[in-house]
Design a protein around this ligand. Sequence first.
Ligand code: SF4
Ligand code: FE
Length: 491
Amino acid sequence: MALMTAQEYIESLRKLKTRVYMFGEEIENWVDHPMIRPSINCVAMTYALAQDPQYADLMTVKSSLTGHTVNRFTHLHQSTEDLINKVKMQRLLGQKTASCFQRCVGMDAFNAVFSSTYEIDEKYGTHYHENFKNFITMVQDNDLTVDGAMTDPKGDRSKAPSAQADPDMYVHVVERREDGIVVCGAKCHQTGSINSHWHIFMPTISMGEADKDWAVSFACPTDAEGMYMIYGRQSCDTRKLEEGASIDVGNAKFGGQEALVVLDHVFIPNEYIFLNGEYEFAGMIVERFAGYHRQSYGGCKVGVGDVVIGATALAAEYNGVEKASAVKDKLIEMTHLNETLYCCGIACSSQGFKTKAGNYQIDLLLANVCKQNVTRFPYEIVRLAEDVAGGLMVTMPSQKDFESDTVVGRNGETIGDICNKFFAAREGVSTEDRQRVMRFLENMCLGAAAVGYRTESMHGAGSPQAQRIMIARQGNIQGKKQLAKDIAGIQ
Ligand code: SF4
Ligand code: FE
């Protein structure tokens, strides 16, 4: 099958019987729901750009399995060049949406599970790799979006999955049948879950022998029986429900999406199982998936950062301060921080290596350094954006005030006249454009989009401490001590 167009992707979601709940109720037409639609538009962009000849080289690639042209979001990376192109593609998508475009979690899961299943089969003679190859071929051929679901609720963090008071705190097998398994549990803050055709579930931590029933990985359709999602709300999200508030929303076209995904006795046929009890491989899947997703942030957040920097420069221009040396210097600092993240994304890609299964893995130490920086730099970038933009980005009256014809002045001035008079931009710039850029920055820095640019930068792909553990493991302090000893003449 050919690549899907953006419209075909959106229509394909309507055919699914995905169960979505929000504000305590089931949402029937979730595809057109004003709070959900921007996140669908975002994923649709991964399809639209693949159709654009200008981006074909970046967005599409020959499948290593079938030789067919596939969307890079479904690709198994075959070289360091592929890894670099992945980061470039993510930066492009970030630039085009200023949001989390969600489809990367599946891509990162594909590559982690592909290489891990090969090594599980090598040890146990299982057939997980074959299962996975069949699954990914179907995904590529049908140009599907797949959610990579990793983060379990975790309950009491001091206890292993098998030691939890409630066994559902980690996804687990509740029944083993001849033809498959039955699973229960949930995954938290799942990016793009509702917008995906399928899900790949993976363990979220390393496991011991007692955790065998929790060491499970599998794929299932998003509308599988027993599966449903409860939509995660975002700061200022209900602005999207207001009439005539598209400017107040900030980024009315695009947005991210997270949900709680619940598995209530979902049956998984054997052919979609990729791990089932081989507990010592849980950590491998986690480490590889996290590594890829930490690389991803060196692309997507950089692209979003590009838009934030651009908006900040516009705000300065509209305020008439763009020539001030302090403003120029702040824009330089923002650029420096943003490009440093990109350097990390490119570096961990260029130092990638071939796995036993044949696909390419990023350099783990550099990917973790990348993500550790992402937990900091976007915060500094938005601090500078707020500094340059000024307080108006959070104090401006509503779009309805700017458009109001209610008379308030002695000479018949309306609320709209007054707002337009006192919030006027420099000469030659409309008040509306100033309003738009301020609201956009509000949205990015502390509104709904801040989920994707700030808190996701902190906790997405693993919280900062998770990277520090990996940096500690990969940092080779012993080797560095030896370097010092050799030069200092210490025996
Ligand atoms: Fe992709 Fe970035 Fe969103 Fe992860 S946070 S799914 S890498 S856009
Ligand atoms: Fe993420």
